[in-house]
Each structure stands twice: as structure tokens, then as C-alpha cells.
Design a protein around this ligand. Structure first.
Ligand SMILES: *[C@@H]1O[C@H](CO)[C@@H](O)[C@H](O)[C@H]1NC(C)=O
Ligand SMILES: *[C@@H]1O[C@H](CO)[C@@H](O)[C@H](O)[C@H]1NC(C)=O
Ligand SMILES: *[C@@H]1O[C@H](CO)[C@@H](O)[C@H](O)[C@H]1NC(C)=O
Ligand SMILES: *[C@@H]1O[C@H](CO)[C@@H](O)[C@H](O)[C@H]1NC(C)=O
Ligand SMILES: [Ca+2]
Ligand SMILES: [Ca+2]
Ligand SMILES: [Ca+2]
Ligand SMILES: [Ca+2]
Length: 691
């Protein structure tokens, strides 16, 4: 099944593939359309095939085939395949030929799908007509364009939720539960949607998940996450939840000892009743932790996936983590890295990856959240029957996704947990985030980025695709283990590179031809874990960083059978040569260790998912058209914010009085105190497991 082999040049293959993909997308691109002339002529010849062949020969053309009736497709090999200019001389030559009654050079035409145009117009109407009485509705910028004309250099922002509402999807009949530090269920903007059957208090073992109140409002997190999903609409209170007709519950679990058992009970709580679980927490984002679900929590995920929603599987939504400032990597977090969770990252209102966001290829998609400096934050319910527009971090992103998925399940209750992930891959938008580094197109035509997964969630596209979705074929799992593997030394001087051939379990009943998740399990011993960087390259040339350097991680524990997960090969055929590269990114010659063992686990299907039969994904480059906003002003603001974050983090590390120093820094930089307060807040949340 597997053998080590010498390196073969993959480069040319990759190159051809990428070019083909680029061409493909260009054709569907409607911006600044300039018609192009091809090297094809359609020629009418009334005297039959043989005469057509003769004419073609005579003029140095190739008679490709008869189209229908007396029309033939001729190719002129001496003319470029694409050209801005028409080859009129040649057309005249053809037209004048006595056997030719008509001829025309073919040119590309601008074809935009009709329903698409109609939808745009329809959407404009939807956006104009939505008026809610809720006072904070105007602050829900990620659902509508709230910026005044004066800042119209910014793109139109939203997750396309309004068109999904207009289509009738508001979460009716869907049960969402928030795993967190409690839920103020009697909050006036929650109570009408509160569902006691989706709620429990695992910290005090009772049925009432109300948070414990303290002077610092430490336990506001769960209530804030819940409101994003299910604030009551149009009741003149606070805002509007994305799934404002869904039922919302809360599991109080973070306000006490969090054990494997507590996590497991939360993850599988009333799992035959709840549809969607949203978790905005995880192992410490300190950049030096490697932790995942324990035995029981792992079993709980399997229960939810196999027994939930009548066997279709519950949807687990997970915040991807806030450790960006500490170079944390979400693949060192086994909750986000699980194939069962849909891990969600953040983008700021400026369509940028925020400073707190982590990178890793297990992230599936992105929603909006806070960014740098004065970027808008997220509006939601707060403790003491109040409301806030100050919710931040990837914490705020996951519940927005959970709310959107509630609309999707309402649109099609038959979807399985894997259908939902496929839908995310097919509909998330790359265009609004295209200005960020790190996008690649994989071998199946999906655009992926370790900061954003498949891109920004698009609620309208998701619900629409969900309606006619054909359930994906059953999951196959193919494991590739090296036979007779001897430990391989790793050092700064010598990166370890392993090429191995994968057949994807061909000939067996678990053959994988269309990939979903890829997991690389490794056991590595190393004197400094954070120095390690791991890349994997698929036979299609898709190069993915499974683990990036984490300079805070000085652990000598290495990795013990740790799974690094990637969704970046989605849709690819795994057959061929894969390359794993393990490097020491520090260059420190004193570091030393070895790859003790590894195993590649491929998840996917043997049969083609229905959607892929119609060809690779065509991206809408115009979606929420992003204009180039990298003005000097913007850049200087962002670098200021970054500097400040660094100062903040250094201060925390040296345990100085952060508050006193911060104030003088604020004066120096003339930044309003509220913004720096917010950096501090996130720093504190990190310590408390919250994301
Ligand atoms: C909110 O309620 C008002 C008054 O009942 C109504 O006119 C309006 O259409 C409602 N808005 C939405 C979006 O349903
Ligand atoms: C919610 O319940 C708490 C404690 O049970 C109570 O103090 C508070 O007044 C209630 N809030 C509302 C809006 O009823
Ligand atoms: C690892 O992969 C990333 C792309 O994900 C690439 O930028 C980087 O150069 C690769 N490193 C090596 C040493 O191949
Ligand atoms: C590694 O972990 C996987 C999944 O948890 C497990 O199935 C496998 O047996 C483990 N391998 C070793 C060598 O412990
Ligand atoms: Ca209680
Ligand atoms: Ca409301
Ligand atoms: Ca993390
Ligand atoms: Ca995941």
C-alpha cells in the first residue's frame, strides 16, 4: 500500500493544472468584459462532409466536426487561441470561397447567469425593505451595510443573511445550544426563544444554566454567544439574531472544573434533540499548548455524529482560536482540528485577517468579527438584561456560523453533518477576502486559505444550495501506514522529506477517490516542539502547512500520535505521490529529534459527490466587490494596533502593571482608551479558555 520512494518532479504537473484552473475562472468572470476572438470559425457548407474536408484542407484549416445541419467547426491553427482582434481577412477569404455559403469567427461573449442578475436586483429590494424595531439592528453591520456614504470606499459587507430570511429561512424548528459559561435565559431578548430541553448546568448539576454573577461579569460569554444566534426579532429590544426563530439553549460548563467528563456531557447533551452545538472555547491559546478531546469527549463527538439528528449527525461549530498574537496554530487544538467540528475563523470589517486569528488548514470557513483599532464589533445580548455591540474575537464568529447553519438545516432538514461541510466548501466566498495572503486553488478547483478555510460564509448561497442538495455518498476512510518505518532524524541542518505513494485504497471497498479531510498522525520527539514546521504536498501539488512554527512553545514533549488535519485537499483524488516535509524553522543547531512514526488517514468518498459532476466550482469574483483599501492611513493604523498588541503581550509576559503602562501608551499614540481596553480583554479571555 505504501512505499518510500525517491523524489519525482511534480512541478510541471502542478503548473499545468494551475493554469487550466485560471483559464476556467476567467471565462466566468464578468468584470470589465473584453470580448476575445478565438481560432474557431463556424462555416456553412451545403455540399456535405467531403467538400467540407476539402475546403478546410485547401485553406490550411482543420475540420474539427460537423456541428449540425450544414454547419462545421473549423480551427485555424495559425491564429492565436485567444485574441483581442478579429482575423477579418481570413473571414473574408472563407466567405468568398465558392463552396462556403456563410462563415463567422467565434468570439467569447459575456454571459452572466440570469438568475444571478435577478437575484442582485431582488437582493437590493430585500435590503431596502427590512426594517426592524430593535434599537441595535443598525449596529449589526455584518448583516447589512451600515456605513455612511462618506466611507463608501469600503466594500458592502454582509454574510448574505437577509436574502436567506427573505426566502423564508429564520431557523424555525431548529435547536441550537451554546456550550459555555451559562446563559441568561430570562434576558428579554432571549426568553421567547429559550429551550430548556437544550439546556443544562453541568457546573452545578441542575436544570438552570443561568450564569453566576460576579462584579467583573466574568460569565457573560455564553449569553453573548447565544444572542448572536437567537435574539428575538422586531421586539424593540436589543438586536436581531441570525436564526431569530430558532430555539436556543445553553450548557453551563466553563464556570468550574472542566474535565473530560464535563466536556463529554456537554458535547453529547440531549444529542438526539439538539441540532447544532456552538463552542467558543478550547485549549489555552498561549501558543505552547497541544491538547485535544480526551477519551470521553472523543466518544461524545462520535455519539453526536452517529446518533444525532436521526443518524444524520449533529453540527458542531467551533471557534478557531484567538492565539494569533502568540503564533498559536489551530492544528495544535484537537477540538478545532477534529473532522467533526466546523471550525470558524474571523475577518474584520476591512476584510482582513485580524491580529488574533490563528492559522491552520483545518479551519473550514470565516465570518465577520472584530478587527484592529476602531473596527466594528459584534452586537448581542449581555448580562443583566442588557445589550452590547462589543463582542469580539473568534468567539463571536462561531455563533454567527451556528445561526447561519440553523437557516441551512431549516432549508433542508435531511442534510448530514458531512453535507454541511460540503456545502460550506461549495458556497463560501473567496472574493471579499482575496486581498489577504495565502490563497491557493487546490486540485479540485477549491480556493483555500489557512486563515479563512474556504472563505466567508454566504447564508443565501448556502440555503439555496441546501434546498436541492443531493446527500453525499457514504464516507470511506483509507489509512496509509509505512511498513518497516525506522525513525528518521530531524534537525535544523537537515529538513526531513518523505515522499510516498498512495493508492487511496484502490481495489478495496474503502477506496477514496474524492477527498474530504486529510489527517497526518505523527509521533515526533524533539528538544523544542515549537521549532517544528510541517508541510504536506498532495499529488495535485497542493502545498499545505499543517503546522507552523510556534515560538512560545519550548516543550520537550514532542507530538505523540497527534493528528494534523487539513481540508485543503477537498475534492482531490489522493492517488499519487504525497510529500511530507518536517523542518526546524529556528535554524538552531542544538535542537534535535526524530520522526518516530506517522500515518496518513484519508477521508472521502469512492463515488463522486453529486455536485462535483457538474464541474469544478465557479467563483463569483464580484461578490461584495472589494476595493483596494490599502491606503497609507489604513496601513499605519493597523501597524499601530499590531505594535500595541505586541507591547501588551510583552507586558503580560513580564507581569508588569499592564493598566498603568497602558494609559501612558494610549496618550502617546492618541488612541481612545476603549480600544486598548479591548486588547486587554482578549488577553484575559485567553487565560480563561475562552475564544
Ligand atoms: C416589524 O414590525 C413592524 C410593526 O409591526 C412592521 O411594520 C415591520 O414590517 C416589521 N419588520 C419586519 C422586518 O418584519
Ligand atoms: C432573571 O433572573 C434573575 C435571577 O433569577 C433575576 O435576578 C432577574 O431579575 C431576571 N431577569 C429578568 C429580566 O426577569
Ligand atoms: C510550506 O508550505 C507553504 C505553503 O503552505 C509554503 O509557503 C512554504 O514555503 C513551504 N515550505 C517549504 C520549506 O516547502
Ligand atoms: C493514534 O490515534 C488513533 C486515533 O485516536 C488511534 O486509532 C491509534 O490507535 C493511535 N495509534 C497509536 C500508535 O497509539
Ligand atoms: Ca444552575
Ligand atoms: Ca430583539
Ligand atoms: Ca489555539
Ligand atoms: Ca474541525
Amino acid at each position: 500500500m505504501h512505499r518510500l520512494m525517491s523524489r519525482i518532479p511534480l512541478f510541471f504537473f502542478l503548473l499545468c493544472l494551475t493554469n487550466a484552473a485560471v483559464d476556467y475562472y476567467k471565462e466566468s468572470d464578468g468584470i470589465d468584459f473584453v470580448p476575445e476572438h478565438s481560432n474557431e470559425w463556424v462555416v456553412r457548407i451545403d455540399e456535405g462532409d467531403e467538400v467540407a474536408d476539402l475546403v478546410a484542407n485547401e485553406l490550411g484549416l482543420e475540420n474539427r466536426r460537423k456541428i449540425f445541419d450544414n454547419y462545421y467547426l473549423f480551427i485555424n491553427p495559425s491564429v492565436p487561441r485567444r485574441s483581442k482582434r478579429a482575423t477579418n481577412d481570413f473571414t473574408n477569404l472563407l466567405t468568398k470561397h465558392e463552396k462556403v455559403s456563410w462563415a463567422e469567427q467565434q468570439q467569447s461573449r459575456n454571459r452572466v447567469k440570469r438568475d444571478f442578475i435577478d437575484k442582485r436586483a431582488q437582493e437590493e429590494r430585500v435590503y431596502r425593505s427590512v426594517a426592524f424595531s430593535d434599537p441595535k439592528w443598525s449596529k449589526e453591520w455584518y448583516l447589512k451595510d451600515t456605513r455612511p456614504e462618506s466611507s463608501s470606499h469600503l466594500p458592502k459587507l454582509d454574510l448574505h443573511v437577509l436574502p436567506a430570511w427573505a426566502a423564508g429561512y429564520t431557523g424555525k424548528g431548529i435547536k441550537v445550544t451554546i456550550l459555555d459559561d451559562g446563559l441568561e435565559w430570562n434576558n428579554s431578548d432571549i426568553m421567547a426563544n429559550y429551550d430548556p430541553k437544550a439546556s443544562y448546568d453541568l457546573n452545578d448539576n441542575d436544570d438552570d444554566p443561568s450564569p453566576r454573577y460576579d462584579p467583573t461579569n466574568e460569565n457573560k460569554h455564553g449569553t453573548r454567544c447565544a444572542g448572536e444566534v437567537a435574539m428575538v426579532a422586531n421586539n424593540s429590544i436589543c438586536g436581531v439574531g441570525i436564526a431569530y426563530n430558532a430555539k436556543i439553549g445553553g450548557i453551563r460548563m466553563l464556570d468550574g472544573h472542566v474535565t473530560d467528563r464535563v466536556e463529554a456531557e456537554a458535547i453529547a447533551f440531549n444529542h438526539k434533540y439538539v441540532d447544532i452545538y456552538s463552542a467558543s472555547w478550547g485549549p489555552n491559546d498561549d501558543g505552547r499548548t497541544v491538547e485535544g478531546p480526551g477519551t470521553l469527549a472523543s466518544a461524545a463527538f462520535i455519539k453526536g455524529i452517529t446518533e444525532g439528528r436521526n443518524g444524520k449527525g449533529v453540527i458542531y461549530v467551533w471557534a478557531s482560536g484567538n492565539g494569533g498574537r502568540r503564533q498559536d496554530n489551530c492544528n495544535c487544538d484537537g477540538y478545532t482540528g477534529s473532522i467533526y467540528t466546523i471550525s470558524i475563523s474571523s475577518a474584520s470589517e476591512h476584510q482582513q485577517s485580524p491580529w488574533y486569528a490563528e492559522r491552520c488548514p483545518s479551519t473550514m470557513a470565516t465570518t465577520y468579527s472584530s478587527g484592529a483599532y476602531k473596527d466594528q464589533k459584534v452586537t448581542t445580548t449581555d448580562l443583566h438584561d442588557s445589550c452590547t455591540d462589543d463582542h469580539t474575537g473568534t468567539s463571536a464568529s462561531a455563533p454567527l456560523a451556528a445561526g447561519i447553519f440553523a437557516l441551512v438545516l431549516e432549508a433542508n432538514p435531511q442534510l448530514t453533518w458531512r453535507d454541511m461541510q460540503h456545502l460550506v466548501a461549495w458556497t463560501s466566498e473567496y472574493a471579499p477576502l482575496a486581498d489577504n495572503h495565502g490563497w491557493t486553488t487546490n486540485g479540485a478547483g477549491f480556493k483555500v486559505n489557512s486563515r479563512f478555510g474556504f472563505g466567508l460564509l454566504n447564508a443565501a448561497a448556502l440555503t439555496e444550495a441546501a434546498r436541492n442538495w443531493v446527500t453525499v455518498p457514504k464516507q470511506s476512510i483509507c489509512q496509509i501506514e509505512p511498513t518497516k518505518f525506522t525513525p528518521q532524524r530531524i534537525s535544523a541542518a537537515r529538513p526531513l522529506e518523505i515522499d510516498f505513494e498512495v493508492k487511496g485504497c484502490e481495489g478495496e471497498n474503502n477506496v477514496v477517490r474524492f477527498l474530504e479531510h486529510v489527517q497526518l498522525y505523527v509521533t515526533i520527539s524533539y528538544t523544542r516542539r515549537g521549532a517544528l514546521k510541517i508541510n504536506i504536498t498532495s499529488p495535485h501539488g497542493t502545498r499545505t502547512t499543517l503546522l507552523s512554527e510556534r515560538d512560545q512553545d519550548t516543550s520537550t514533549d514532542g507530538f505523540k500520535n497527534w493528528s494534523f488535519m487539513s481540508v485543503h485537499n477537498w475534492g482531490e483524488n489522493p492517488k499519487g505521490v504525497w510529500t511530507i516535509k518536517i523542518m526546524d524553522a529556528t535554524g538552531d543547531m542544538e535542537n534535535l529529534g526524530a520522526l518516530e512514526d506517522f500515518r496518513l488517514v484519508l477521508h472521502g468518498t469512492s463515488e463522486a459527490p453529486h455536485r462535483i459532476l457538474a464541474g469544478p466550482r465557479v467563483y463569483d469574483e464580484n461578490y461584495n466587490t472589494v476595493q483596494n483599501e490599502r491606503s497609507e492611513k489604513r496601513q499605519s493604523l493597523e501597524s499601530l494596533a499590531r505594535q500595541q498588541a505586541m507591547v501588551e503581550s510583552n507586558k503580560l509576559a513580564s507581569k508588569h502593571d499592564a493598566y498603568g503602562q497602558q494609559d501612558s501608551l494610549d496618550e502617546m499614540n492618541n488612541i481612545p482608551a476603549t480600544d486598548s481596553h479591548w486588547f486587554r480583554l482578549l488577553a484575559r479571555l485567553n487565560g480563561n479558555w475562552l475564544q
